[in-house]
Structure formats: C-alpha cells, structure tokens
Design a protein around this ligand. Structure first.
Ligand SMILES: [Mg+2]
Length: 165
C-alpha cells in the first residue's frame, strides 16, 4: 500500500473546462474497426425514421436542427453491434456522444496519482452519461462541475487561492 503524502492535486478536463469546446477524433481502434463503425453509424443515421413534422421531436433553430431522443437509442444499437470492440459510450456534448475503449475513461489517470491525499477534478460533463462522469464520481476525487473556462477560474480562485488568504 502506497503512503499518501499531505497535499492535493487538481485535475482538469480540457474541452469546455479550460478551453472553449472543440471537436476531437480518436483513432485507437484500428482503421478497419473505425471504418466499420463510421460506416454503420452513417447508415444508421440515414435510415432513422424521423417524424419530421410532428411535435417537438426536431427543434428548428437558426443554423441548426436539434434532433431529440436519438442518441440514447443509437448508443444502444452501437453498443450491441460493436460489443466485440468493448467500447464505452458517453455523451460528450450537446449533439454528440463519445465512443472509446473500456477503461479509457478519465479515471485511468488516477492509478498514477495514488500518492496524493486529495485529488480535485473539474469538468463540464459530470452528469451521468457525460465524459467527465466517471472521474467526477470516483471515490478518489473531489468532483467539481463547471460551466465554462471562466467558471473554472472562479471556482479555483475561491477554492485554492482565497483559502490561503
Ligand atoms: Mg469537457
């Protein structure tokens, strides 16, 4: 058992926490698996039977169409179809979801931080299904939900800088 020294470390999500949100593409699964996954996903999207003229299923906004309640069902289909790839799915943004190898969520780094007594984590997608959820909920971290880089700065200033004044 490692001896933990006093003190703390702060960990930060980047996208939406330290910087303005941006897109990313992960290609660690191999070209053939990535191709199959993308092809299936595009076919799935093309085949979705969207009741385009009913209720609030689709929300028209300036510059975008927001399709409601598609992600959860799509993730279930992808999870089943690509079970052999052992992927974890999480909702990482307003209109997307992430797919990554199991165990590659953000808690992966915690095994390298065993010596730290107190680990704070700051992230913007800390809700269930969000890509910060696992590390935010971890028993090893003190989780903080932020809404923007400015909010991250405010929370850190309050928590770490004002504390010592
Ligand atoms: Mg984020």
């Amino acid at each position: 058992m490692a001896v933990r020294r006093p003190g703390l470390i702060a960990l930060f999500d980047v996208d939406g926490t330290l910087t303005a949100p941006r897109k990313s593409l992960k290609t660690h699964l191999g070209d053939e698996n990535i191709r199959d996954f993308i092809n299936f996903t595009l076919h799935y999207l093309a085949d979705i039977d969207i009741p385009i003229k009913r209720g609030t299923f689709i929300e028209f906004r300036s510059g975008m169409i927001n399709v409601h309640n598609i992600r959860a069902k799509m993730v279930e289909v992808l999870r089943e179809k690509f079970a052999h790839l052992n992927l974890t799915f999480s909702i990482g943004g307003q209109i997307s979801f992430d797919a990554f190898p199991q165990g590659w969520d953000k808690t992966y780094c915690l095994k390298y931080l065993d010596e730290f007594e107190e680990i704070h984590f700051f992230g913007d997608k800390t809700y269930k299904g969000g890509n910060d959820h696992e590390i935010y909920e971890s028993a090893r971290t003190v989780g903080h939900t932020v809404t923007s880089p400015d909010d991250t700065m405010d929370q850190c200033t309050t928590l770490f800088l004002n504390k010592q004044a």
